[in-house]
Design a binder for this molecule. Structure first.
Ligand code: ZN
Length: 139
C-alpha cells in the first residue's frame, strides 16, 4: 500500500510526456484513490496515462547512456548566460516563437538560452542543468 500523498486533480505533477519525449509539467486529470491515472501535458496539451516520474528505459540504461554532443556543462551555461539581459527574457509558452540567442524564462527550468531551432516547432535551450528540447510556435 502506497501511502504517499499524490497531487490532487487539477494540480501540477511531473510526468514523462510521450509526445514531447521529456519529463514535463503535467496537470492531474484523473485519480483513483491516491493513484494518478491520467495527466495532461502543459506543453503540448496531450492527455495520456500517468507513467510515473521516470521512464523505465532510462533507469535501466542510465549507466550506458553517453552524454550527447549537445550537453552543456554548468560552466558552459555560465559562459552562455554571461552578459545576457535577463530583464528581457521571454516567458516560456509553447505558443511563443523563440529564436536563437533568445533568453527564456521557464517556470520549471529557470533562465535559459535558445541554442537553435530544430524544425520550426522545437528549440534546443541551454539551462543550468543541461540542454532541454522545448516545443514552440504551436497553437
Ligand atoms: Zn507533451
Amino acid at each position: 500500500m502506497i501511502r504517499a500523498k499524490t497531487p490532487a486533480v487539477g494540480k501540477d505533477v511531473d510526468d514523462f510526456c510521450t509526445k514531447c519525449k521529456m519529463l514535463l509539467n503535467h496537470v492531474v486529470v484523473a485519480k483513483v484513490g491516491e493513484t494518478i491515472k491520467r495527466v495532461k501535458c502543459l506543453t503540448c496539451n496531450t492527455e495520456h496515462a500517468y507513467r510515473g516520474e521516470k521512464p523505465k528505459a532510462e533507469t535501466t540504461t542510465r549507466k550506458a547512456a553517453k552524454p550527447s554532443a549537445a550537453t552543456v556543462k554548468a560552466s558552459d551555461y555560465d559562459t552562455l548566460m554571461k552578459g545576457r539581459d535577463l530583464s528581457r527574457a521571454k516567458k516560456y509558452k509553447p505558443a511563443v516563437v523563440f529564436e536563437k540567442n533568445d533568453v527564456i524564462d521557464h517556470p520549471k527550468f529557470g533562465m535559459g538560452l535558445v541554442l537553435g531551432d530544430k524544425d520550426g516547432s522545437k528549440i534546443d535551450v541551454a539551462f543550468s542543468d543541461g540542454v532541454k528540447t522545448l516545443v514552440h510556435n504551436i497553437g
